[in-house]
Design a protein around this ligand. Structure first.
Ligand code: MAN
Ligand code: CA
Ligand code: CA
Length: 506
């Protein structure tokens, strides 16, 4: 029987868990990596220089490690575009890039695009076409309008009608933006552009660490309407001044609201998907073949080395910076721990001050803001010692009170015994002399005790500075004593009655 009950309960629990899991999963955004709209090293470009699923032109150069969209020579323009338009509504793109140049100031900048049509490879807007339909995110290095507000990151949505105001850095046309330095950073800089349910979010990683989590918000804009399907692209340009504009990763993830999972998520793959998978496998196979060929051709080539290390090996400055970054990370960890300890200490202090009655605030006096210790409010050794002494004195006081109470009890018992020893014939009804003498005796005892206790409290109060909230008050003690006496009296009267009733039968 018990087993059956257990089984039923267990089944119900499992159902509840499954239901909860479904709820949680149902609310999650489904993410799918889109390799056809992505590139990354190693083997970013193939031997023939092509980048799978992408096409590039102008002065752009692709290598196995990155795509140099515009090199650090004057008046260069280049761009790279996805071959096919998107077949998903919402997406997130991670771009890892380096913009580097010898000068204190560089130019002109890099642009990320999501547009209805592919742009040109030698256009007027950071190397791409003006009057685009869709979104452009610009990493504008050069301060054309001399407002001392570059390098700047900005987003601009165009319906095909606006010509970009290069001379004024598009300052009146932007959707939103943020002032961030992205040139000559020790680690690659990164941008995360998210377009989900008409909200556009741009996060930026300043390349001062290699930590993947160090993104910060550049801007978020709501009610942004972009073409239903579009091409992703990158473009860059130089002018009188020049930087190298290198993009290392372009990673696209499609985002699917709950209940709108992409076909094939849990269903059978469609023909199109099967074709794509085959295409991808074929590409992977070719890649492996190329790697093998390369190894055969270059048997002395060093293998298994992180491409980043190649770049960094001989760069002392970079090594110093890496060391410093590690120190910075360690310091940050320490700082976090210190914060935790301070938090705990504050909690303990507030508990201690609550227990010792808390420093009552004078009327009108504002409490100190939480998380902040007022100057000089730290607990000191002698204060702790004083607290211990107080506590000991309190314990002794309670002991003495107990002693008094047991005295009262013995006295009461003696009275009761004396009463019982008296001849039964003299047992008097309640209200007669016997009872009165008993009451007056008890009263005397009580008064005596009250006096003693008051004296004691005076003594204890002086010595202990007893807090109001946690000490037993005189009233409480008296109430306890009175209740105890009442019970004893009640018992006494009851017993007398019984005895006198029993006598009637003799
Ligand atoms: C020149 C022009 C500008 C360009 C700057 C910086 O002044 O080519 O268009 O922005 O150089 O490269
Ligand atoms: Ca500019
Ligand atoms: Ca400017």
């Amino acid at each position: 029987m018990e087993r059956l009950e257990f089984y039923i309960n267990f089944t119900i629990l499992v159902y509840i868990l499954v239901f909860l899991l479904n709820c949680v999963n149902g609310n999650l955004v489904h993410r799918k990596f889109e390799y056809k709209y992505s590139f990354k090293p190693p083997y970013l470009a193939q031997k023939d220089g092509s980048v799978p699923f992408w096409e590039y032109g102008g002065n752009a150069i692709a290598s196995s490690e990155n795509v140099r969209i515009a090199p650090s020579l004057r008046s260069q323009k280049g761009a790279i575009w996805t071959k096919t338009p998107t077949n998903f509504d919402w997406w997130e793109v991670d771009i890892v890039f380096r913009i580097t140049g010898r000068g204190r100031i560089g130019a002109d900048g890099l642009a990320f695009w999501y547009t209805q049509n592919k742009g040109a490879y030698d256009g007027d807007v950071y190397g791409s076409s003006d009057k685009w339909v869709g979104l452009g995110i610009f990493f504008d290095s050069f301060d054309n309008d001399n407002k001392h507000n570059n390098p700047y990151i900005m987003g601009m949505v165009n319906d095909g009608s606006k010509a970009f105001d290069h001379q004024n850095d598009g300052s009146t046309q932007l959707l939103a933006g943020c002032l961030r330095d992205f040139r000559n950073k020790p680690f690659p800089t990164r941008a995360r552009v998210e377009y989900y349910q008409n909200t556009l979010t741009v996060l930026f990683h300043n390349g001062m660490t290699s930590n993947d989590l160090d993104y910060e918000m550049c801007f978020r804009a709501e009610n942004v309407v972009l073409p239903k399907s579009g091409y992703f692209g990158l473009s860059a340009a130089t002018g009188g001044l020049a930087d190298d504009h290198d993009v290392i990763h372009f990673l696209t993830t499609s985002l699917w609201p709950p209940g709108q999972h992409p076909a094939g998520g849990s269903q059978a793959p469609t023909d199109e998907q099967q074709k794509l998978t085959q295409e991808y496998q074929e590409y992977q196979r070719k890649l492996e073949q190329q790697k093998e060929d390369y190894r055969k051709e270059h048997p002395d080539a060093r293998r298994d080395k992180d491409p980043d290390e190649w770049f960094e090996t001989d760069n002392e400055l970079r090594q110093i910076f890496q060391g410093q970054s590690q120190m910075y990370e360690a310091l940050r960890e320490l700082n976090k721990k210190l914060d935790e300890i301070i938090g705990r200490q504050e909690r303990t202090l507030s508990l201690v001050s609550m227990q010792s009655g808390g420093a009552a605030l004078a009327p009108g006096q504002a409490p100190p803001p939480s998380g902040q210790i007022p100057m000089g409010d730290t607990i000191r050794r002698h204060e702790v010692d004083a607290m211990f002494t107080n506590q000991n004195q309190l314990i002794n006081a309670v002991r003495e009170v107990r002693q008094y109470l047991s005295d009262v009890q013995t006295r009461t018992e003696t009275i009761i015994n004396n009463q019982a020893k008296q001849p039964t014939a003299q047992v008097q009804p309640v209200g007669s002399y016997g009872m009165q003498s008993l009451v007056s005796e008890v009263q005397d005892g009580l008064n005596n005790m009250k006096q003693n206790f008051a004296q004691f409290l005076q003594k204890a109060g002086k010595a202990t500075d007893c807090p109001q909230s946690s000490c037993v008050s005189v009233t409480t003690i008296l109430i306890i004593a009175v209740v105890q006496l009442a019970v004893l009296l009640g018992y006494f009267v009851y017993r007398d009655n019984k005895e006198s009733q029993a006598k009637k039968f003799y």
